[in-house]
Design a binder for this molecule. Structure first.
Ligand code: WT7
Length: 628
């Protein structure tokens, strides 16, 4: 390998890791994908075996484990009840205010079954979409699992999203039932969720029932005939602790998750019971190396794919213990995370570069106050990790003994795609190599493989069981967004730029399309621009990403005002608030620059590349298509 700094795993890590060998297994998995995945599928129980591992007849609508009957809940909960795992801790939760709740697998099943019976009594049927807009409390997870148990489809909307974003998603999914809470705690303050739901539901023909969990106890508006308190429903006879798990086809939808793209409104990616079960359990076991005895913490919101796949499903499928924390990492002090790791004996921590940079800023003395030697593995996800943050994570948090598992994947992929295994030599900032069964390439715009260390388009050249099956009710969008670009090769196009070095290590550079990653959150420039243009004073707008020390990227915008409007600091703030109200606080622009003209191609497309180059004082490159 080249001379740059390489971090080798210790003998202890090598001895303990579930997967001991990569090259041969990888080769086998690429040459015999169906055999490889059939082997992994055997780790799960099936009500009825599948007839075919992969059906590609309707590609790119791939169908996995066709003919198989299952329900992810059978493997995540039910089968554990037949063994001593029943008495094991499934789930530990700590509230920001210090409340702690602990559930065994038996207790988890009870809570999920009660919730499932309540949903049924509210008319939720197989195939219905239930929207969940909740703080990070146990009921958020119970709601997801309960929905899946009865064969309905969950659509979790991140609680940081605005009422407009929530309303749009509820309507798109035609949710009859919405589950929320009165509020949640964040930095000691109440986040008022129920009022957001109330506003989101104005002018909504679909939603008939809102179930509200009491968390904060503050006054909220309840609309009679529509709104029910969860604790009231729980005390009714219908809320029995016995509820059968619905038998599903492997290809039936399990959940929708909305995510931003380069054009148009967010799309609902659909994941299925069978393929997703196999993929999340396999990656949880092999990549994050989760063993039944682990206490695993994904420090992310369950409302994102990271939370779905590894707080909830992957970890429970293994029969390990998963941990959830409600609030801010620095509340009341910046030692909060380390305190909880010590208190609960967390063995694996999985989080984002943004969170690491944020904690790094407070200095290592906050970490050193606590004995966090229970940690044996650290993971990161969401954006490229800068080597400085990598080294801090490795040295200060991991005490130089924990491998850093830098996992590249997406909402669309369901689970890890390019990632080290614990046994890999590591290079800080590289997501290393493709996971088993994943064939990657870095290609130019014509699809030719680029040279080592040259930047190109990342592509995935073969299907995998964790892949979304489609975009909710929009067949064409699945094709157009991911498969059109390299149609003649049949490759999946994730929208990232990458390079591969001389050792075959993949380095993700970042998004190559009009998607911006702010603190790991995914936002579309089109959405930000249309939010700006929806303000009465804005004629035209452009949004770009510029590097930011803490957030990775920050949103910078350019605005052309309408004639009667003048530039004032007030207006600037008003526009920033306007975007935050439309999308959520995460989308609030860092800056607004008022301009008279925007660089456009002759066909009228904004050349964001030119704006970016100017802002960074770089060469603007080829501008032959520029209008003027
Ligand atoms: C985009 C997907 C997968 C869960 C969280 C994000 C970026 C993700 C990495 C990584 C560099 C990464 C990519 C990708 N990304 N992980 N380890 N290194 N970039 O899911 O919101 O669907 O975003 O996140 O740009 O395309 P998502």
């Amino acid at each position: 390998m080249s001379a740059e700094s390489i971090y080798y795993p210790s003998q202890e890590v090598l001895d303990y890791a579930t997967v001991k060998e990569y090259e041969n297994t990888y080769k086998f998995s690429i040459e015999n994908p169906e055999e490889f995945w059939a082997e992994q599928a055997k780790q799960l129980e099936w009500y009825e075996p599948y007839e075919k591992v992969l059906d590609s007849s309707d590609a790119p609508f791939y169908r996995w484990f066709v003919g198989g009957k299952t329900n992810i809940i059978h493997n995540a909960i039910d089968r554990h009840l037949k063994t001593s795992t029943r008495n094991k801790i499934a789930f530990v939760w700590e509230g920001e205010n210090g409340d702690v709740k602990v559930y065994s697998y038996h207790a988890l099943n009870r809570e999920v079954s009660i919730f499932a019976n309540i949903l049924k009594s509210m008319g939720v049927k197989r195939g219905d979409v239930v929207t969940i807009y909740m703080p990070q409390i146990p009921e958020q997870i119970f709601a997801m699992l309960a929905t899946a148990k009865i064969g309905a489809i969950h659509s979790v909307v991140y609680a940081g999203f605005s009422h407009e974003a929530l309303g749009e998603r509820i309507k798109a999914a035609k949710s009859k039932v919405v589950i929320t809470a009165d509020g949640g705690f964040r930095k000691g303050k109440i986040v008022n969720l129920k009022s957001v739901v109330n506003t989101a539901l104005e002018d909504n023909p679909y939603t008939q029932v809102v179930i509200t969990v009491k968390r904060t106890g503050h006054e909220v508006e309840m609309i009679s005939g529509r709104d029910y308190w969860f604790h009231d429903l729980k005390s009714l006879p219908i809320a029995s602790i016995k509820c059968p798990t619905e038998v599903m086809s492997a290809t039936d939808p399990l959940f929708l998750l909305y995510t931003s793209g380069s054009t148009g409104k967010p799309k609902g990616l659909v994941h299925t019971h069978g393929g997703y079960s196999v993929y999340t359990s396999t990656t949880a076991r092999m990549v994050l190396d989760i063993k039944p005895e682990d206490r695993f913490w994904t420090a992310a919101d369950p409302g994102w794919i990271t939370g779905h796949s590894y707080i909830v499903y992957g970890t429970l499928l293994i029969g390990a213990t998963t941990f959830l924390y409600e609030g801010a990492p620095n509340h009341p002090y910046p030692n909060r995370w380390w305190q909880m790791i010590e208190k609960f004996g967390i063995t694996i921590l999985y989080t984002s570069p943004t969170a690491i940079r944020g904690l790094m800023r407070f200095g290592e003395s906050w970490v050193k106050r606590h004995d966090i030697s229970s940690l044996r593995l650290l993971g990161t996800v969401g954006e490229p990790i800068n080597p400085e943050a990598w080294k801090w994570y490795y040295e200060v948090v991991g005490n130089k003994k924990c491998p850093i598992i830098d996992t590249w994947w997406q909402t669309e992929t369901g689970g890890h795609m390019i990632t080290p295994l614990p046994i890999f030599p590591l290079k800080p900032g590289s997501a290393t190599k493709p996971f088993f069964g994943i064939k990657v390439g870095v290609v130019d715009d014509e699809g030719n493989e680029v040279h080592p260390n040259e930047q190109g388009n990342l592509v995935i050249k073969s299907p995998w069981p964790g892949m979304a099956c489609c975009v909710h009710e929009d067949r064409q969008r699945w094709i157009d967004t991911y498969w059109k670009r390299f149609e003649k090769f049949g490759w999946y196009h994730p929208g990232d730029a990458a390079k591969i070095d001389e050792d075959g290590y993949v380095w993700i550079i970042g998004r190559s399309d009009d998607v911006i990653k702010v603190s790991g959150y995914r936002l579309g420039t089109a959405e930000i621009e249309s939010a700006l243009v929806s303000h009465p004073g804005v004629a035209e707008a452009a949004a770009i990403a510029l590097p930011h020390d803490l957030k990775g990227n920050a949103i910078h915008t350019y605005v052309i005002l309408k004639k009667d409007f003048t530039i004032t600091p007030d207006l600037e703030n008003e526009l920033k608030d306007h975007v935050a109200n439309a999308m959520g606080p995460i989308a609030r622009p860092e800056s607004i620059t008022f301009v008279d003209i925007l660089p456009k191609t002759r066909s009228g497309k904004i050349m964001r590349r030119v704006l970016k180059a100017r802002a960074l004082n770089l060469d603007v490159g080829d501008i032959s298509t520029l209008e003027e």
